[in-house]
Design a protein around this ligand. Structure first.
Ligand code: G3P
Ligand code: CA
Length: 271
């Protein structure tokens, strides 16, 4: 759906738990997502990869190396192989001050398991990662969303937002089911500026630009203003310090991806 059915009231500021509350718990585990919900994040952010046998799983990288005790490409592993991995111990080792015994041995969740665990009342902000590596990913995703009745006729009744850096992937989503709200991620807003915004507004409800890159622009506030003038929402990633959170609010963002949803909640209270 495009700007005609802009779904969210302007005053609704979205607090998006990036990879779950991943500043406190191992990213993309049920534990990290639960913490995000506890900290009153509005959306659980989920990055998607797809296994060799076609199961959608929550993981940021194309390989399991960084966030599990295994090695190899997700696309060359079966779900059964993925399920044997430990997705928490790496975090305990890397962040001893945040380590918890219950993080050891956590599994990589499938998208289906995430929906089963958190149910229909929660909100999911799902990214198709590397869609070029995983043909058929969008169809699988839409099937699953329809199975779980997570799509609505517009953003207001939909419990999901789909995001991607890949315009092709978003256009595919739009073609399969035009009612799912889409957000175009932008890694280089400083290079692209506002040139493509009209085109984006035809299929997406908003953009998710890199906040670091916005800060590198001559006039980041102006960029954000222009995005809003096109009727697009703007959810920059990834904003983790209070200072940047305040700056983003001052510049008029409509939501933020953050590893610290509790911190953003607090900043919002004081704002
Ligand atoms: O999806 C927003 C942000 O997460 C994009 O960057 O690499 O963390 O998925 P990445
Ligand atoms: Ca992401």
């Amino acid at each position: 759906g495009g700007e005609a059915d802009l779904p969210f009231p302007e005053e609704r500021m979205l607090n998006i738990s990036h990879r779950g509350a991943s500043g406190y718990a191992p990213e993309h585990t049920i534990a990290a997502y639960e913490l995000g919900v506890e900290m009153k994040g509005d959306y659980i952010e989920v990055d998607l990869q797809m296994t060799k046998d076609g199961e959608l799983i929550a993981m940021h990288d194309e390989t399991v190396d960084r966030t599990t005790d295994g090695t190899g490409r997700v696309g060359e592993m079966t779900l059964e192989e993925i399920k044997q991995l430990d997705a928490g111990t790496w975090f305990n080792e890397q962040y001893p001050e945040l380590a918890k015994p219950e993080y050891a041995g956590l599994e990589v969740p499938t998208l289906r398991e995430i929906f089963d665990h958190f149910g229909k009342s929660k909100h999911y902000y799902i990214e198709t990662k590397s869609p070029d590596v995983y043909p058929g990913m969008e169809e699988k995703l839409v099937d699953l969303l329809e199975d779980y009745k997570l799509t609505g006729v517009n953003g207001r009744s939909s419990n999901v937002i789909i995001q991607s850096f890949s315009q092709e992937s978003l256009l595919k989503m739009d073609e399969i089911n035009p009612d799912i709200p889409l957000v175009q991620l932008i890694s280089r807003p400083d290079q692209e500026g506002t040139s493509g915004l009209d085109e984006i507004a035809e299929y997406a409800i908003g953009v998710g630009p890199s906040f670091n890159r916005i800060k590198q622009m001559e006039n980041g506030a102006n960029y954000i203003r222009q995005v809003r003038e096109k009727g697009l929402l703007i959810h920059p990633y990834t904003i983790n310090t209070e200072e940047d959170m305040r700056l983003a609010l001052e510049w008029g963002v409509t939501g933020v991806f953050t590893n610290y949803p509790d911190r953003f909640r607090q900043v919002l209270k004081e704002h």
